[in-house]
Design a binder for this molecule. Structure first.
Ligand code: SAH
Ligand code: SF4
Ligand code: F3S
Length: 438
């Protein structure tokens, strides 16, 4: 078995884990195939945060099996990530052609799993390390302008709807030294932008006596030589403090945007979600942040149709989106997750009501964004260049400080990794267009 292909579902943390999986397979002598059809091993790195991605994984496995039969190939299939953690052995039983299932804490076991399946065995391992440490073996990064660095794993918040604390275990932070070493290695291999990842970055360092907390870590990363940009996700509103914004104000290489999911604008629903804040408390934190750093913008996730969500509750969410004027929102219909507290609540909002609320929210957000960017036409935005765009020629692509894709024309070549000031000329639904030299 020489070639592999990894499909990644879910969040950026799963993306980071896929990089670790790839590096582990490569150090075992394997190489990445150009497509799944050419691979001898296909790994699905899965997500179970909502029903839909979980179903997608199950139908994906069936499709892989079908391709395998059609092509007569001796394909091996591995399931990793959050569905693997949740289902474990059960997945092996339900899908007899799956070769191994490894949970979220078992990436280091891959070489062992490869050995086992080479001799025709099947295995499932989902044990979580309980030693209070979170250690990641160093791995080689692929050539890229931006790198994810996971700073903590798990979650202790137990929001009533969420499966993450069950599939990712208790919250554990990596040591600052280990994180900074990884940042330095990434910069050395050409990375310009570091994205720090955790389910709740504001509680980074909890349980490690000598750590300075997230504020200290953020400062150290921003001050590391060669780090041109820093982003971080996700900030939980209940633990968010002004200290972070002060550090952002002192370090212009920290992008002035914060992903701080509100989930709902109704205090009643927030309480049932076990989020630990009210809308006014949330809004006050945003107002205080804007006083320190006027350029700062926020993004958020929302759940529509949580059990018991009335029209009035939804109106509070709708008003919140219009009041905060987010840079970006991600909105999802509520989906019941097995084993969570909300599983006991009656999922009583009809699907069409969930859909209608979702659409109204997204449309309101689109109006906010087109208004914001139309007003900015002619202004110069800082863009981290990421090479030639798909259109080719003299059109390049990159991302703004607020993480929007910007395609721009330039008369002279623009090297990947360069930060350039691009004049905004046109606003489209999913991207911005600009000119570099005029
Ligand atoms: N740690 C982050 C969220 C991680 S999960 C936070 O606390 O904000 C990403 C998003 O998925 C959540 O913000 C939430 O909006 C959504 N989500 C989680 N569980 C869900 C469920 N059962 N149904 C619908 N959306 C859900
Ligand atoms: Fe899930 Fe809440 Fe933890 Fe986010 S903070 S991962 S929503 S339990
Ligand atoms: Fe999904 Fe697991 Fe991330 S459930 S959102 S891949 S932590």
């Amino acid at each position: 078995m020489r070639s592999y292909y990894i499909h990644t579902y879910g969040c950026q943390m799963n993306g980071y884990d896929s990089e670790r999986i790839a590096a582990t397979l490569e150090s075992a002598g394997m190489f990445s195939a150009a497509s799944p059809d050419e691979a001898e091993l296909v790994i699905l790195n899965t997500c179970s945060v909502r029903e839909k991605p979980q179903h997608k994984v199950e139908s994906h496995v069936g499709k892989l099996r079908q391709n395998q039969i059609n092509a007569g190939l001796p394909l091996k299939i591995g399931i990793m990530g959050c569905v693997a953690q949740q289902e474990g052995d059960n997945f092996l039983k339900r899908f007899p052609y799956v070769d191994f299932v490894l949970g979220t804490d078992n990436i280091d076991m891959l070489p062992y799993a490869l050995n086992e399946i080479a001799s025709g065995k099947r295995l499932s391992e989902t044990a979580m390390y309980g030693d209070g440490k979170f250690h990641i073996l160093p791995f080689e990064r692929k050539d890229s302008v931006s790198a994810y660095v996971t700073i903590m794993k798990g979650c202790d918040n137990f929001c009533s709807y969420c499966v993450v604390p069950y599939v990712r275990g208790r919250e554990k932070s990596r040591s600052q030294r280990e994180i900074l070493d990884e940042v330095k290695r990434a910069v050395h291999s050409g990375v310009k932008e570091i994205v720090l990842l955790g389910q709740n970055v504001n509680s980074y360092g909890k349980g490690i006596p000598d750590e300075t907390g997230f504020a200290g870590l953020l400062r150290s990363v921003a001050e590391t030589d060669g780090v041109c940009r820093v982003r971080f996700v996700t900030s939980h509103p209940k633990d968010f403090s002004e200290e972070i914004v002060r550090i952002m104000a002192y370090h212009p290489n920290i992008c002035p945007c914060i992903h701080m999911p509100l989930q709902s604008g109704s205090d009643e629903i927030l309480k049932k979600m076990n989020r630990g804040y009210t809308y006014s408390g949330y809004r006050d934190k945003i107002v205080a942040a804007k006083e320190i750093l006027p350029d700062i913008l926020f993004s958020s996730d929302f759940i529509l149709g949580f059990p018991g969500e009335t029209d009035e509750d939804f109106e509070h969410t709708f008003d919140a989106v219009r009041e905060i004027e987010y840079e970006m929102i991600f909105a999802f219909k509520y989906s019941v997750r097995p084993g969570t507290k909300a599983e006991l609540f009656k999922d009583n909002v009809p699907d069409e009501v969930k859909t209608a609320r979702l659409q109204r929210l997204i449309e309101a957000q689109e109006r906010i964004i087109s208004k914001r960017y139309e007003k900015m036409i002619g202004a110069k935005l800082r863009v981290l260049a990421d090479g030639v765009s798909k259109r080719g020629g003299n059109v390049y692509t990159g991302r703004t400080e607020h993480n929007r894709v910007m395609n721009f024309r330039s008369d002279s070549p623009v090297k990947q990794g360069l930060i350039v000031d691009v004049r905004l000329t046109e606003v489209k639904r999913n991207s911005l267009y600009g000119e570099l030299n005029k």
